[in-house]
Design a binder for this molecule. Structure first.
Ligand SMILES: [Zn+2]
Length: 401
């Protein structure tokens, strides 16, 4: 009996030790997973994109120059100014307001790396919602980065989220109420910079950034403001200019010219009842001519298969092709072509140029003469051809964003 008791006690002691080891093992595994998962988040949060500006750069401002409280926050973002010194109009090209649409920021970089302005001035904001570009879409498994081939190696860029990073603005309310219209919008739109215009100076981080953009447009007296986006192909506004009523005619002329000469571009009027959007509030709360542009980005369509880097850069997806065959897309889609990066960047670069050119036709005193690569250049050479090697560039023109 005595021996049996001891034996049981021994077994109990051994299983206690085993449990301890097991718990320790689980804890170590959990910590290892937390480390690797955390490292993924950290990498995207802290990775900086490199751009080599063209020599015509005259000034670099920050968004916080227009609202001081943005200084030191993740919403502060650089604004690159190319002033010809010759009187004329002024234009703003803004990209990555929705950072899961990063062909827009790549188009801004291609513009900045090659721009020549000989009349008027151009402001470029390549990272409209910089905070949102530092996190991926939560709950969606997709790559953190995409790569562009160049002669000097691959360049890496971030693929972000639609809205501001929750690390920078949290929690979301049950319903988001746009200021000052009081329109009720979806809760997550409180972090959507293209729903928070005209913004407010003491509001949430996203509202403050929107307010600062309005201040930039008002203080710099920007004649035309172009907001670059990408859309899913099952969204009716894909491949379209959306224009405020004061800019509708110039956008319509630009769409007609592009459709006749290069690629199909539609034009729609900004709805008056839908508040918080750039094409509505920029035009209502300043004198600027507000235009938004959309390219086709299959990567953000709901029906697509695996969200790989290749899907992002080439845009080829069999499920979307099936949807297109059934007439469910608003952009003609063929899987053999997809919707490659050069096509989307080229559309935006030529789309911005056409809108600016037509502003000069309607308002000769606002004429801007500027050059950058367009659709046909990108069709011939692809994107990487127009990027410059930071290692060989003048350090004063190399920026990390
Ligand atoms: Zn967008």
């Amino acid at each position: 009996m005595e021996n049996e008791k001891n034996a049981k006690g021994g077994r109990a002691a051994m299983s206690g030790r085993a449990r301890l080891w097991l718990k320790g093992g689980f804890l170590a595994a959990a910590l290892a997973m937390a480390f690797f998962a955390g490292r993924e988040f950290w990498e995207l949060r802290h990775y900086k994109e490199t751009v080599v500006s063209a020599p015509g750069l005259t000034e670099v401002k920050m968004l916080s120059d227009y609202l001081g409280s943005l200084k030191g926050t993740w919403m502060d973002t650089p604004i690159f100014v190319y002033d010809s010194g010759v009187p004329g109009g002024s234009a703003l090209y803004m990209a990555n307001v929705h950072p899961y649409e990063p062909a827009t920021s790549l188009s801004a970089y291609i513009m900045m790396e090659n721009i020549k302005v000989s009349k008027g001035k151009i402001f470029v904001i390549p990272q409209g919602n910089r905070s949102g570009s530092t996190t991926g879409m939560l709950g969606n498994a997709y790559p953190k980065f995409f790569h562009v081939k160049t002669d000097f190696g691959e360049k890496q860029y971030r693929i972000g989220d639609r809205g501001t990073n929750p690390l920078d603005q949290w929690p979301d309310p049950f319903t988001y109420v746009n200021y000052p219209s009081k329109q009720n919008l979806a809760y997550q739109d409180i972090r959507n910079m293209n729903r928070t215009y005209p913004g407010r100076k003491d509001g949430t981080l996203t509202e403050r950034a929107s307010f600062a953009i309005m201040e930039l447009i008002r203080r710099e007296k920007i004649d035309i403001s172009i907001d670059a986006h990408e859309a899913s192909l099952m969204y009716p506004v894909v491949s379209t200019y959306v224009a405020h009523e004061r800019s509708f005619e110039l956008a319509m002329m630009a769409a007609m010219t592009l459709s006749a000469e290069t690629f199909d571009m539609k034009c729609e009027s900004s709805p008056k009842g839908l508040r918080g959007l750039s094409h509505r509030e920029w035009g209502d709360y300043s004198d600027t001519l507000a235009v938004l542009m959309e390219t086709p980005e299959p990567f953000i369509d709901r029906v697509v298969g695996p969200m790989t880097e290749e899907l992002f850069t080439e845009g080829k997806d069999e499920f979307l092709a099936t949807a297109a065959k059934h007439g469910l897309t608003y952009h003609p889609y063929k899987i053999e072509f997809g919707s490659p990066l050069w096509y989307r960047c080229g559309r935006h670069l030529s789309g911005a140029a056409a809108a600016i050119t037509w502003m000069g036709q309607f308002f000769p005193e606002k004429e801007i003469i500027a050059e950058w690569p367009g659709y046909k250049d990108l069709e011939a050479h692809d994107c990487g051809y127009f990027l410059h090697d930071p290692a060989k560039a003048d350090g004063k023109l190399v920026f990390k964003i």
